[in-house]
Design a protein around this ligand. Structure first.
Ligand code: E4P
Length: 232
């Protein structure tokens, strides 16, 4: 499963892209509304940082408006994927944009039936919102399993994207269910780093090494000798 970052913050993408784990990003109007600066500049900068698909969302409610906004958003950068909210108009716009060769992320999908329609309209990604389902006491794992189960046997190429991720366990569930992508907020990606045994293990290695100062000298000398090519 590939990991996207779910954010409108360039600073956050700069920080986490350095880990080397991001394959793309998703934004939405709410995330971009929290940021200062030109939204186009933000989307372009995130595209440069992740060097992969970056979703930017249309806000019109009619198909014509969605298509016009989608074409304009796509012109921002070759990595832009047009995010289209699910609706009848959204399906119509998805079909038109996909017909132009523009990748679409159909968002706000909450059921297998909506996912089937999104796939048939030509969406490249289908975003199922786990956290928002759990918020209304609908089992997000069950819905996601239903979506994956409906799409896989039919051989459609649409990728299932687990969104509205609230905690690391959502990411694990999405991976186990076979989602192609999970889009994860920076906060949850940072939570995924942590394990007390890792912290304790690093502290113990460090203390044991420090108990032999001559070993520290040896390693510093090895680094200074530059005998290992930097690319290795
Ligand atoms: C997905 O692409 C959305 O931007 C996002 O995951 C929504 O998450 P939320 O429910 O936490 O707002």
């Amino acid at each position: 499963m590939r990991l996207f970052i779910d954010t409108g913050s360039v600073a956050e993408v700069e920080e986490i892209a350095r880990w080397g784990v991001l394959a793309g990003a998703t934004t939405n109007p709410s995330l971009l509304a929290k940021e200062s600066g030109d939204p186009g500049d933000i989307v372009r900068r995130i595209c440069e940082l992740v060097r992969g698909p970056v979703s930017a969302e249309v806000v019109s409610s009619d198909a014509g408006g969605m298509v016009a906004e989608g074409r304009a958003l796509r012109a921002l950068h070759e990595h832009v994927v047009v995010k289209v909210p699910f609706s009848a108009a959204g399906l119509e716009a998805t079909r038109a944009l996909a017909g132009d060769g523009i990748p679409v992320n159909m968002t706000l999908v909450f059921s297998p039936t909506q996912a089937i329609l999104a796939a048939e309209a030509g969406a490249t990604y289908i975003s199922c919102f786990m956290g928002r389902l759990d918020d209304v006491s609908i089992d997000s794992a069950e819905v996601l399993a239903g979506i994956v189960g409906c799409l896989r046997p039919t051989g459609v190429t649409a990728q299932v994207l687990a969104a509205s991720i609230r905690h690391p366990e959502h990411v694990v569930t999405a991976a186990k269910l076979g989602c192609e992508v999970a889009t994860v907020p920076g906060k949850v990606l940072r939570q995924m780093l942590d394990h007390p045994l890792t912290t304790a293990g690093i502290e113990r290695f460090s203390a044991d090494w420090a108990s032999r100062p001559e070993f520290g000298e040896w390693l510093r000398g090895l680094v200074a000798s530059g005998s290992v090519p930097a690319s290795h």
